[in-house]
Design a protein around this ligand. Sequence first.
Ligand SMILES: Nc1ncnc2c1ncn2[C@@H]1O[C@H](COP(=O)(O)OP(=O)(O)OP(=O)(O)O)[C@@H](O)[C@H]1O
Length: 359
Amino acid sequence: MILNTLSLVNYKNFESQVFDFDAKINCFVGVNGVGKTNALDAIYHLAFGKSYFNPIALQNIKHDTEFFVVDGNFEKHKRTEKIIVSLKRGQKKIIKRNGKAYEKFSEHIGFIPLVIISPADRDLIIEGSDTRRKFIDSVISQSDKTYLASLIAYNKVLSQRNALLKYFALNNTFNGDTLTIYNEQLNTFGNDIFKKRDEFLKIFIPIFKERYQAICQSKETIDLKYKSDLFNGELIHLLESNLNKDKALQYTSVGSHKDDLVFLIDKFPIKKFGSQGQQKSFLIALKLAQFDFIKQQSGVSPILLLDDIFDKLDENRVAQIISLVDDENFGQIFISDTHADRTENIVKQIHQSYKLFKL
Ligand SMILES: Nc1ncnc2c1ncn2[C@@H]1O[C@H](COP(=O)(O)OP(=O)(O)OP(=O)(O)O)[C@@H](O)[C@H]1O
């Protein structure tokens, strides 16, 4: 998977910009606030139809302008694929592949395999469990369309069940029949989600551990565990046995929407006991494992976006990451960094062609 050219019109701080990329390594360098991350985000936008950093679509349009257009020419399986994402104020976002607009954006997900490593990944460690579920979900749904469908269906039934529990409490009433229907539906979709998350993590965790050990050279041990209510039994039974609690809380307190990932370093939570460099190494390992998994599933090397990853890492860890990128069959890589010299020195050590874009 290669992005050959990228053209931006009114995308964040870019008024009009065209990039002609190298097939291997591309570096955006420049001072703070010049648009390095925005350039990476534009590439992310082409793969996922949305920004990685700013979920409010309208805020990605350049201030005081009416629309943005992000236009990329990719090469996949030796074919040219033109992806255009555009948004005009007051209208719906449009994603086109080779001139044809998608009816459902979810159909596009996975078409451009891409992994981003960014300082914003820290949210995976410090924020709530929904951030970690979104991470698992985004990895699985890049290679499994039915997973995304189960997830959407599960969330729909979940909000209906929660609304019903609220209605019961508000009107001091109860109707077990409607609840049973929701329980059965949640059970079907929830079991499917649990099975897929479990299967995915059984493959993913060993890859992740290997990646971490390669970066830190076995100085510390880390672990990643899947936590789910569904390890304690079928969801339908859990929903039944928690009914009184759910009625009191007025929401569904068990199920796949409570799943989490536990991150440990030397058996303790990394959030509290990991140093900044260890946390960063953990997140990079997580994302590199995501890269490996997607590559394994799709047979295509995802595009790798490395946003500001060299800060806070010691020379050894940077060297390890470089040798990983050098040794193995990585595809195209985009790097952003404030230090042009540092970046150039680093990429020179990788025996691949590169282009440096001074913004
Ligand atoms: N909708 C928008 N319209 C205009 N400018 C925007 C918009 N959204 C963000 N910006 C500008 O983009 C700039 C930030 O760009 P970006 O995050 O890409 O910087 P960077 O080069 O990665 O900086 P750093 O080195 O600090 O990480 C800011 O100046 C911000 O005001």
